[in-house]
Design a protein around this ligand. Structure first.
Ligand SMILES: C[C@@](CO)(OP(=O)(O)O)[C@H](O)COP(=O)(O)OP(=O)(O)OC[C@H]1O[C@@H](n2ccc(N)nc2=O)[C@H](O)[C@@H]1O
Ligand SMILES: Nc1ncnc2c1ncn2[C@@H]1O[C@H](COP(=O)(O)OP(=O)(O)O)[C@@H](O)[C@H]1O
Length: 282
């Protein structure tokens, strides 16, 4: 049996705010968003081989092996570096998909960071972030591992230090299409750009929430439930929402009351991602 390097975390992210500032000529939206990590996510294990083959177990339901962002990230790294090494990858999927928690992007970033180390490629973080951007707008922030305000279409990142509260994240059990929400005629897309939005907590909001709750009743219902316990917001283009708590006990109490039709978890906000901490361990 090959030896596995175990427990590489792929944490979830939350968009503490998501302001949409305009639409570009190419149809993509200019946005400002604050990304923070939480200490809950998927877990990956890697064993290095010398046959150049990339395999992932178990398969992710509904995603073809070669379309999986983990496999795509590993192959991209092989192409870029010219290495002949391969990898057996095991995935413990814990994050709901298509929920705005960035699980697929985080899995891809963890694969880039872990294989760079295990294949001894010595590529810089800048290079890994650039490779990651070709896989998805949210991959670079996971590669860099620092809570950041993103600008542009999400590619310009400025690390920030914000509070690290406890969150109750609720997954209403549906996937929201990012493309559908960005294409919605009623989407708010004219928010003012703020010079340092992290200092204006009272203005933190998610410009997508109105368009989402109008189309997805489950998100509206979950938000109406959670807001009774704590200030609550949606992450990304949904469907997940999160309540912000000053302590773990109150978040756990609300989780215990969660209606059985929804899934949820309690996690702590992290300005430094668990992946960044893991890279410093043997
Ligand atoms: C807005 C965020 C915030 O985290 O939402 P979530 O995906 O996390 O929910 C992300 O940056 C999302 O980035 P990413 O996940 O790469 O977007 P995709 O699924 O590739 O985008 C699907 C479609 O949405 C539109 N789109 C996406 C991003 C953007 N800044 N402007 C857009 O107009 C485009 O039509 C694009 O083809
Ligand atoms: N390893 C992966 N984990 C999750 N989703 C993946 C993965 N690889 C590819 N995908 C695809 O990416 C889509 C978005 O997944 P995810 O990152 O979890 O959601 P979001 O972008 O809403 O946060 C999924 O619906 C799936 O089709």
């Amino acid at each position: 049996m090959p030896e596995f390097s175990r427990n590489w975390p792929a944490p979830a992210k939350l968009n503490l705010f998501l302001h949409i500032n305009g639409r570009r000529e190419d149809g993509f939206h200019e946005l400002q968003s604050l990304f923070q990590f939480v200490d809950h996510g998927d877990l990956l294990h890697f064993a290095i081989t010398d046959d150049g083959h990339i395999s992932l177990t178990p398969e992710v339901e509904g995603v073809n092996h070669d379309d999986n962002l983990i496999v795509r990230a590993a192959k991209l790294l092989q192409q870029h570096s010219g290495t002949h090494q391969g990898a057996l990858i095991e995935l413990k999927k814990q994050l709901p998909m298509g929920g705005g928690l960035g699980g697929g992007s985080s899995d891809a970033a963890t694969t880039l960071v872990a294989l760079n180390q295990l294949w001894q490629l010595n590529l810089s973080v800048d290079t890994l972030a650039e490779l990651g951007l070709s896989l998805g707008a949210d991959v670079p922030v996971f590669v860099r591992g620092l809570a950041s305000v993103a600008d542009g279409v999400g590619e310009k990142l400025r690390p920030v230090e914000v509070e690290e509260p406890w969150y109750l994240v609720v997954a209403p059990g549906i996937e929201v299409s990012t493309a559908e929400i960005f294409g919605a005629p009623d989407l708010i897309r004219d928010s003012a750009k703020l010079a340092q939005p992290e200092f204006h907590q009272t203005q933190w909001r998610n410009d997508c929430v109105g368009a989402v709750i109008k189309r997805y009743g489950q998100v509206a219902n979950a938000l109406a439930w959670l807001i009774e316990y704590a200030p609550s917001q949606m992450t990304g283009t949904g469907s997940c929402i999160f309540g912000t708590f000053t302590n773990q006990e109150d978040a756990q109490y609300a989780l215990a009351e969660l209606p059985s039709e929804w899934q949820g978890f309690v996690a702590r906000g992290r300005n430094r991602s668990p992946l960044l901490d893991r890279t410093l361990q043997p």
